[in-house]
Design a protein around this ligand. Structure first.
Ligand code: BV8
Length: 233
């Protein structure tokens, strides 16, 4: 029963849910930033080779968070979670804080968060709202250096066991605003149980579209509130 309010729901979001808030998606900019391919900046190798470039990349994106707001899609998911009595897990690939600011609680940032840092000396991670550079001291151990608390390409996403357990048990898996380019997230739809209802809400069919039982094409700020109303009946 996927419409009963006690059903188990897992939702995966990608850059497309934040697009109408004004945050550029990876694909739309054909993955470019200052003429660098994102895949070439968001890697441990890039950080090793040119840390100042990588610090700058994340400082710019962290600063841009102050200029954007959650949109109707973020708010609808927070409303759904509030009204839901069954298991509810929102897994986001996004490193922005728009789901957090919209009020989502059972929220898992599988690729890390722009507003957090990790100390390379003591390994602690911490909230980091401002700019960061190679001389920023760690507020925990006093040493550092600190790096963005971001999962780079070639690094293991966070809390994968918890995600796969939720996928295996869920009755409804919903993917919103993700192109299906990046693994392991793009493979989540294949990891749901045999009885789960699977639905993709996206501006265009994703690379994983054929693996979903249902697909709706359109903007997240239109599709998501409408689907939430449907679910809450
Ligand atoms: C891993 C943080 C294994 C960074 C991100 C070779 C070497 C190494 C690894 C690989 C390799 N080949 C493949 C891999 C795996 C690799 C990968 O998938 N690469 C891709 C490029 C082929 N994956 C990894 O490396 C992952 N780790 O595999 O580890 C491992 C195993 C053992 C031990 C150690 C490791 C880690 C991947 C995480 C990378 N970090 N983010 C940062 O943000 O700076 S990924 C980053 O890109 C985003 O977080 C996001 O996940 C991804 C972009 O995807 P989307 O969110 O889908 O965004 P996109 O722009 O692509 O699509 C937007 C969609 O929205 C579009 O479809 C569009 O139509 C739609 N849309 C637009 N507007 C709207 C809309 N929809 C609705 N409404 C709208 N208004």
């Amino acid at each position: 029963m996927t419409s009963a309010l006690n059903a188990r729901v897992v939702i995966l979001t990608g850059a497309g849910i934040s697009a109408e808030s004004g945050l550029r998606t990876f694909r739309a900019a054909d993955g470019l930033w200052e003429n660098h391919r994102v895949e070439d900046v968001a890697t441990p190798q890039a950080f090793q080779r040119n840390p100042d470039l990588v610090y700058r990349f994340y400082n710019e994106r962290r600063r841009s968070l102050a200029t954007v707001q959650p949109n109707a899609a973020h708010l609808a998911l927070a409303r759904l979670e509030q009204a839901w009595s069954g298991d509810f897990l929102l897994v986001t690939q996004n490193v922005d804080d728009l789901h957090d600011r919209a009020g989502s609680r059972n929220l898992l940032h599988m690729h890390g968060e722009l507003l957090k840092a990790q100390c390379l000396a003591c390994r602690a991670d911490m909230v980091w709202p401002g700019d960061m550079d190679r001389d920023s001291p760690c507020p925990i151990c006093g040493h550092g250096p600190v790096r963005p608390h971001i999962v780079w390409f070639g690094e293991m996403p966070l809390e994968m066991d918890r995600i796969y357990q939720a996928l295996d048990r869920c009755d409804l898996f919903l993917a919103i605003g993700t192109s299906g380019h990046v693994y392991p997230a793009a493979g989540f739809v294949e990891a749901v149980g045999p009885r789960a209802r699977t639905l993709e809400l996206n501006l265009e069919p994703s690379l994983a579209a054929s693996a979903f039982l249902e697909r709706r094409i359109g903007k997240a700020t239109e599709l998501v509130p409408a689907f939430v109303e449907e679910l809450l009946g």
